[in-house]
Ligand binder design. Sequence first.
Ligand code: PLP
Length: 398
Amino acid sequence: MMRRVYLDNNATTPVLPEVLEAMRPYFGEQFGNASSIHHHGQETRAAVERARESVAALLRCRASEVVFTSGGTEADNLAVFGLARSGDHVITSTIEHHAVLNACKHLGKYRDECRETTGCEVTYLPVDGRGLVDPADVKRAVRSNTKLITIMFANNETGVLQPVAEIGKIAAEADIYFHTDAVQAAGKVPIDVNQIGCDLLTISGHKFHGPQGVGALYVRKGTQLEPLLYGGSHERSRRAGTENVPGIVGLGKAAELASSGFERGDDLQHRRMAAARDRLERELLKIEATGLNGEGAPRVPNTTSIYFDGIDGEALLIALDLKGLAVSTGAACSSGAIEPSHVLIAMGLPPERAKASIRFSLAKQNTEEDVDFALSLIPEVLTRLRQLSPVYRPVGSK
Ligand code: PLP
């Protein structure tokens, strides 16, 4: 059988065995609707509430401030559409995930109750060459009608960590709601909603070894949020619909495992992963005509985005996949798209360099042998592609 190594953990992570075990009973004997009053409902209600406590511990908030959703996309949409109304101004950045970016684009078309297209105004803040939003730009963008600032915690393509605590301070001083998409931060760096000073924060189970299709939105107590869905009074009327009990239990277990690693501060697997990422990066950057996207910025410990001049990233991805190595050209949802990454373009990369970029994202299950495998393939495949490239000129050649 062909050896396969998975270095695309920012797209999704494998569910940990402990998470699967925690979920298993809720597909079988513990099947009750968490809203039912009888024994079966009480059992699943208790499981949902335990999971809520675990997520709250991960985010350092109250359990009552956690709203379960169908994933990161829904949580981001709930934050944006739950707060912004016609006539409001919203501040975001050009490097957000499409779950925020396209929600904000839609806000521009938002119709009020009289069906007038008054819309919301949205400011898209730029980033510098390292992929960082400047808090001074956030401050300058604030207007009297600014309702919401939504800036991500960690970027999915580069892993660059944004100065969210500084932005939180600016939002608090101006009395504006602050939402941060922490989908790519959860499980990778500690999160504390009070330290960040955010009113809303998004996480998604499948990015830190929980199941796909479940996430959560932290909603600070007192935040007036309009629901996206109308129905029953689930999730304190913030998200109608029968709870996805197995998913929520899995998310809770994944949160518990992530928190315990950070609390002990000695998560060996986590440190090993960071060291493996660093070695992979160091070795790849020794290859000529390569460079790191996000160099000089603080980053999560699992991600590295590297450009390989003269090649097409998608061609490299496919060639590596044929040899058993799974990587990405950027956001999972944009794979197949011909457009270069909006994140890398926003960082000032020329389109050819953005298209020549590959994202490697590790997780705890990855080993040094996985990195050896990647390093045994990439230089050879790259040389072959560069030989075929009509544009690539080896360094030093005329
Ligand atoms: N936000 C970020 C930063 C992401 O990376 C993703 C997924 O790629 C999402 C939001 C969407 O999360 P989900 O896949 O749970 O809808």
